[in-house]
Design a protein around this ligand. Structure first.
Ligand code: GRF
Length: 200
């Protein structure tokens, strides 16, 4: 069994999608062992409890980055986590944390990277006037929204879209893309050459 640790700061719809896909047998051999939030009021915590998962609050406010990351890593290591999935985790990770889990930290971002990294990516893409938008699941390195790409899903921007309808359709793709990427990484059927992840 492979243990997944999920880090979040918000509502947790990606957590829900991953949990549902595991229950549906779409991520064989995987289990969510712990859900950690740096925000005490994150909706994803309540969701985790409803799903029967361990929900841990480790407030980051006012803490040094690495000091907080060491607390998070201790919980993950206690559960012998094989894969760390950031699902709306609104905090940069320290280089120390990234080194603890080489090629074992994933993030999902609501744009086709390298376009529109950072906050409010869907709004940025909409305002820019792109005709194709989407989401990216990538390995986490020390730079924001930057590591090797595992899965991307693209959707057209429709004539009658606004930033909300676009964000909603991107989110539907996120819920598919994240589980697909987890499967790629957990089965180990890939190689990373430079920035290129090649499936085997
Ligand atoms: C998603 O749009 C994800 O791409 C971004 O943060 C949002 C988290 O949403 N990193 P949720 O909490 O999983 O619903």
């Amino acid at each position: 069994m492979k243990n997944i640790g999920i880090l979040l700061s918000g509502r947790g719809s990606n957590l829900k999608a991953i949990a549902e896909n595991i229950s549906a047998g779409k991520i064989p051999g995987a289990k969510i062992s712990t859900v950690i939030s740096n925000k005490p009021d994150a909706g994803g915590l309540e969701l985790a409890r409803q799903l029967g998962l361990e929900a841990v609050v480790l407030p980051s406010k006012g803490k040094e980055r690495e000091e907080h990351d060491r607390e998070v890593a201790a919980v993950l290591q206690k559960h012998q986590v094989d894969l760390v999935c950031l699902a709306g985790y609104m905090r940069l990770l320290s280089p120390w944390f990234v080194r603890q889990f080489p090629h074992r930290i994933l993030n999902i971002h609501p744009s086709l990277l390298p376009a529109f990294p950072g906050l409010e990516a869907q709004e940025q893409a909409f305002a820019y006037g792109v005709k194709v938008a989407g989401c990216t699941v990538h390995f986490v390195d020390e730079e924001l929204d930057h590591g090797a790409i595992i899965v991307q899903k693209a959707i057209p921007v429709l004539e009658n879209d606004d930033e909300h309808t676009l964000a909603k359709r991107i989110l539907e793709q996120e819920h598919i893309a994240y589980s697909e990427a987890i499967n790629v990484v957990l089965t180990g059927k890939f190689e990373v050459a430079g920035r290129r992840l090649v499936r085997k």
